[in-house]
Design a protein around this ligand. Structure first.
Ligand code: SAM
Length: 321
C-alpha cells in the first residue's frame, strides 16, 4: 500500500495580495511580485514556455539532474527533501529515485497546480510520502508542524534559477530565509542559470511563439479577476531586455499609450512607454553566486554543470554545520 499525498493551504490572503499589489504599483518603475504570475493559467503557460526551443533551462537542468542524481544523492545524505517552487514537480524525480528520502515536501504558490502535481508524483513514487504546501516561501516564517517534518534533517531543492527573480539584496534575505525554514545542519541544492550571450538570453524570455508574452499579459487578466482590475492586456506591449548594469533580464509590460486603469479601487495612470515590471531574472556566474551564498549563511559544498556550462547546480550547507 503506497503513501497518501497530503496538502496544506497557506496561500496569502486576498488582503495580503492587495497590499503587495498596492506597494508594487507605488514603486518606480512599477513592479509586482513575480509569484503573482502563477495562477492556474500562468502555471500552464510556464510549462509551455519550458517547451519552447529558445528556453533551454528546463531541458538542461533536467538532463543534468538525471545524469548526476547518484552523485548528488550521495553528497546530500539523508533527510526530508523540501522543494521551493516545485511547479509540476518533475525535476525532483531523479533525486527521489536516487535519494529515497523519508518524505518529500513541495512548496508552491500556485494553488490549483500544486495538488495535481503532487498527486502525479505520489503515484510515481508510492513509497515516498508527499506533502504539498501552498504558500509564498519568501514570506513563510517557518514550515508548519507536521509529522513528516518533525525531527528530520531537511534537504532543500530550489531549481529553475528562480532566485534570479529577486534582486541581489532580496536574494540574500531569501537565502537566509531558506536557511531558517530548513533549520540547522541542512543543505540546499540550487540551480543557477549562467550568464550567456545577450541574444540567447533575450530570446529565451521572448520566444517567437509569443508564450512568454502571453504569460506576462496573463498577470493583467489575473489582476482583473482577483483585484477588480480593468486592464486591457492588449494595451501593453511585452518586452524582455538585458540590463548589463544589473546582470539581469527585465521583463515588462509597456503601456502602448497614455492610459488610466482602475485596480483595487484606485485609478492608476500610465504614460505611453511606461513599464510595469513583471519579473527580473538576475544571472550569476559561479563566483558571484558563491559569494552571495557565503554572505547569506551558507558554505559551498559542490558544484555541477552541464557540458556547455549553461547552468550550475550549487550544493550548499548551512554555515553552522
Ligand atoms: C520558474 S517556475 C519553476 C518551476 C520548477 N521548479 C522548474 O524548475 O521548472 C517557478 C515556480 O515557483 C512558484 N513560485 C514562484 N514564486 C513563489 C513564491 N514566492 N512562493 C512559492 N512558490 C513560488 C511558481 O508557482 C512556479 O511553480
Amino acid at each position: 500500500m503506497g503513501a497518501e499525498m497530503q496538502l496544506i493551504d497557506l496561500h496569502p490572503e486576498p488582503a495580503d495580495m492587495r497590499r503587495l499589489v498596492l506597494e508594487g504599483m507605488a514603486r518606480q518603475p512599477r513592479q509586482l511580485p513575480a509569484w503573482l504570475l502563477y495562477d492556474a493559467e500562468g502555471s500552464r503557460l510556464f510549462e509551455e514556455i519550458c517547451e519552447q526551443p529558445e528556453y533551454g533551462l528546463t531541458r538542461t537542468e533536467m538532463a543534468l539532474l538525471e545524469a548526476r542524481a547518484p552523485e548528488l544523492a550521495a553528497a546530500l545524505g539523508s533527510g526530508v527533501l523540501v522543494e521551493f517552487g516545485a511547479g509540476n514537480a518533475r525535476k525532483v524525480g531523479p533525486l527521489l529515485q536516487a535519494l529515497r528520502p523519508p518524505a518529500y515536501v513541495a512548496l508552491d504558490i500556485s494553488a490549483d497546480h500544486l495538488g495535481p502535481a503532487c498527486q502525479e508524483l505520489q503515484d510515481r513514487h508510492p513509497l515516498v510520502p508527499v506533502l504539498g504546501i501552498c504558500c509564498d516561501y519568501s514570506a513563510l516564517p517557518q514550515l508548519p508542524a507536521h509529522p513528516l517534518l518533525s525531527g528530520q534533517r531537511r534537504l532543500g531543492f530550489y531549481p529553475g534559477s528562480s532566485i534570479g527573480n529577486f534582486s541581489p539584496d532580496e536574494a540574500q534575505r531569501l537565502l537566509r530565509q531558506l536557511g531558517q525554514l530548513l533549520g540547522p545542519s541542512s543543505q540546499l541544492l540550487i540551480g543557477i542559470d549562467q550568464p550567456k550571450a545577450v541574444e540567447r538570453l533575450e530570446a529565451a524570455y521572448n520566444d517567437a511563439a509569443g508564450i512568454s508574452a502571453a504569460f506576462a499579459r496573463n498577470l493583467l487578466v489575473r489582476l482583473n479577476r482577483d483585484l477588480a482590475g480593468h486592464f486591457n492586456p492588449e494595451a501593453f506591449a511585452y518586452s524582455a531586455r538585458w540590463q548589463p548594469e544589473h546582470n539581469r533580464i527585465a521583463m515588462a509590460l509597456v503601456s502602448r499609450q497614455d492610459q488610466s486603469v482602475q485596480l483595487a479601487g484606485e485609478i492608476w495612470n500610465f504614460a505611453a512607454g511606461e513599464p510595469l515590471i513583471t519579473e527580473y531574472s538576475v544571472k550569476y556566474g559561479p563566483k558571484e553566486f558563491t559569494a552571495l551564498a557565503e554572505s547569506s549563511g551558507w558554505q559551498p559544498l559542490g558544484r555541477w554543470s552541464d557540458p556547455a556550462g549553461d547552468l550550475s547546480l550549487h550544493l550548499l550547507v548551512t554555515a553552522d554545520s
